[in-house]
Design a protein around this ligand. Structure first.
Ligand code: GLN
Length: 239
C-alpha cells in the first residue's frame, strides 16, 4: 500500500544507500506473491484506505503470515506506516464495524473512530545512530491522517512521545511501536525523506543484522534535509 507519498520512503532508502555505494534491490510485493522473507534485509509497508486494507488483509495473513512473522521474530528491519502498521497488529476494527484481521506480529490493536486524526506531527524518539551505538534523541517530523486508534499491549515498546499531533490514539501520548527491528507508526510525510537520521538508522540496523554488529555505515552530508527538518520543527513546536 502507498498513500501520502509513502513510496518516498523507498526512494530515500535507495538514495542514501546509493550515495554510500550500497546496492539496493527493491522487490514490490503484491497480493498472491510468494515471498521468501528470510532473503530480505529491509521491508517497507505503506498506509492505505480502509478499502485497500480490506483487499490485502486476508492475503497478508494467510499467504505472508508464517514467513513474515518468522522474519520479524528473526530481526527483519521493517517500517510500517499507518494502514500497514495497523495490519501488523492483531486487528483493525474499522469505523463501519468491519474487523480486518492483522498479522499479530506487533502487540497492538486498532479501533476506528468517528473522527479522523489529521495534521502535521512530531514524535520524539531515541535512536542509536552513531557508531558507538549511543542513543540520540531525534524529533521525527511527519503527517498523519487516520481514523484508527492504535493501543499498545505489553509486547511492544513505544517508538516515542508525541510532541505535536495525535499519535497512535490521541489519548496516551504514544507515537508508534517497536518490536525487535519492526517499527510501526502513523507518520506519513514521507517519513524518511524528512528525517534522514531515521533513514540511516534503518539502513544501519539492516547492515548490522546481515554483516555483524561492528559494521558501520559511512556518514553522509544531510545539511539540506536537516535544515528542512529543523524548519518544520520550529514551525510546529512554536505553534
Ligand atoms: N485506513 C486507516 C485509517 O483510516 C489507515 C489510514 C492511512 O494509512 N493513512 O485509520
Amino acid at each position: 500500500m502507498n498513500v501520502y507519498g509513502d513510496r518516498g520512503n523507498v526512494i530515500a532508502l535507495r538514495q542514501r544507500c546509493r550515495w554510500r555505494g550500497i546496492e539496493l534491490d527493491v522487490t514490490a510485493v503484491e497480493p498472491g506473491d510468494e515471498v521468501e522473507w528470510s532473503g530480505f534485509d529491509l521491508a517497507f509497508f505503506g498506509g492505505g484506505q480502509d478499502s485497500g486494507q480490506a483487499l490485502i488483509a486476508r492475503d497478508l495473513l494467510e499467504r505472508q503470515g508464517p514467513g513474515l512473522r518468522a522474519a520479524i521474530d528473526d530481526g527483519l528491519v521493517l517500517l510500517a506506516i499507518c494502514g500497514g502498521y495497523q495490519l501488523l497488529g492483531h486487528y483493525f476494527l474499522t469505523s463501519t464495524g468491519e474487523r480486518l484481521p492483522g498479522l499479530g506480529a506487533l502487540d497492538v490493536h486498532t479501533v476506528g473512530g468517528r473522527t479522523r486524526l489529521i495534521g502535521n506531527s512530531v514524535v520524539e524518539t531515541d535512536l542509536a545512530t552513531t557508531d558507538d551505538h549511543q542513543p540520540t534523541t531525534v524529533r521525527l517530523v511527519g503527517f498523519e491522517n487516520h481514523s484508527g486508534r492504535t493501543y499498545h499491549g505489553p509486547g511492544v515498546r513505544s517508538l516515542g512521545r508525541v510532541l505535536v499531533g495525535h499519535g497512535d490514539n490521541g489519548e496516551d501520548g504514544w507515537g508508534g511501536a517497536i518490536y525487535r527491528n519492526t517499527i510501526g507508526c502513523y507518520l506519513h510525510g514521507s517519513l524518511l525523506p524528512k528525517n534522514p537520521q531515521f533513514t540511516d538508522h534503518l539502513i544501519s540496523l539492516a547492515i548490522r543484522r546481515r554483516y555483524g554488529p561492528d559494521m558501520a555505515i559511512a556518514p553522509l552530508d544531510a545539511a539540506l534535509e536537516l535544515c528542512a527538518q529543523e524548519t518544520m520543527l520550529s514551525r510546529l513546536l512554536r505553534a
